[in-house]
Design a binder for this molecule. Structure first.
Ligand code: CP
Length: 324
């Protein structure tokens, strides 16, 4: 595997899930693969889970790990070609990327949506440059539009928890937030659920329609309570306007969140589910996205879900090491 961005990069999903279970049984059995190999993890944005779980996964595989916080201690990077660099940016990404590539065998990059240009964000301008100029396999640790390590961990968690014989009903719900957040997590979750053996429903207020490249084929229900009926899993997440129908609204928060608090996941909505498991990628703002009682309930899966980030990262790194 040279790139990990989409669910299709993993090939057969059943095989990948079986591999995740095998990793979980003994996560140290492939230490020989990573011997004398280096993973470079580059963060343009903050992280707790991705940073720790990916480092742990690399160490499980016997790798050396270098972590770079681009905005803390590195030269400030110019990303646009053709710019006269007489400002505060001392280095261009076009030199920095191949230099970084020369110090490692595999690169992971976190670079969120900038909300300056929908086109640049949805074309993955930063990550594509790493793919083109680093000369190394590149995995996405949350980019402008996707968060595949999270979605893989989400699917592993659903598979582990689901005890039924038929396909579970999985509902992804928009929830309020005071800030403008990217669509990477809901995009990837939708992409992965549509590829998995689940019945997938998305619910959000009108105006927050996700890009069809990720959500095409999903059932969209604007009535949140109706969507929750009989749900086996509820995935809560905020996202800003994806700008699908009105590009000028890309990245905007369309309503004052005070008027949207009915969308906060509480026992009112959970009561109509099939004792649904509650998922969120974390970090989560309590009593905005989800109430204290729901996230603290026995059906809250957020901690095992975060723990499975180590497993999803290990499967991806293992696949990349095997293809070096
Ligand atoms: N879920 C997730 O990616 O967490 P971090 O932002 O803390 O890495």
């Amino acid at each position: 595997m040279r790139i990990f961005q989409h669910v299709t990069d993993l090939g057969d999903l059943h095989t990948a899930l079986a591999e995740a279970a095998e990793v979980k049984r003994d996560r140290f059995q492939w230490q020989h693969l990573g011997k004398n190999k280096t993973a470079l993890l580059i963060f343009f944005n903050n992280s707790l889970r991705t940073r720790l779980s990916t480092q742990k996964a690399a160490m499980n595989l016997g790798m050396n790990v270098i972590v770079l916080d681009v905005n803390q201690g590195a030269w400030k990077l110019e990303t646009e070609r053709g710019v006269i660099m007489d400002g505060d940016k001392s280095e261009h990404l076009l030199e920095a990327i191949p230099v970084m590539g020369s110090y490692c065998d595999i690169i992971g990059v976190r670079s969120f949506a900038r909300f300056e240009s929908r086109k640049d964000d949805y074309e993955e301008k930063i990550l594509q440059q790493f793919i083109k100029y680093s000369g190394r396999p590149v995995f996405f640790m949350e980019s402008a539009t996707v968060h595949p390590l999270q979605a893989f961990a989400d699917l592993i968690t659903i598979k582990e928890d689901w005890k039924g014989n038929s396909r579970p009903k999985v509902v992804m719900t928009w929830a309020p937030h005071p800030k403008s957040l990217p669509q990477a997590v809901p995009n990837s979750f939708a992409e992965w659920m549509l590829a998995a053996d689940v019945d997938f429903v998305v619910t959000h207020p009108e105006g927050y329609e996700l890009d069809p490249q990720f959500v095409k084929g999903a059932q969209v229900e604007y009535d949140q309570m109706k969507a929750f009926e009989g749900a086996d899993f509820v995935y809560a997440k905020n996202w800003s306007c994806p700008g699908v129908t009105r590009p000028e609204d890309y990245g905007k928060v369309l309503h004052d969140y005070h008027t949207m608090m009915d969308w906060c996941v509480s026992s009112r909505q959970m009561a109509v589910t099939n004792n649904a498991g509650f998922l969120h990628c974390l970090p989560v703002r309590r009593n905005m996205i989800v109430t204290d009682d729901v996230i603290e309930s026995p059906r809250s899966l957020v901690i095992p879900e975060a723990a499975n980030r180590e497993i999803s990262a290990e499967v991806v790194l293992k696949r990349m090491l095997e293809s070096l």
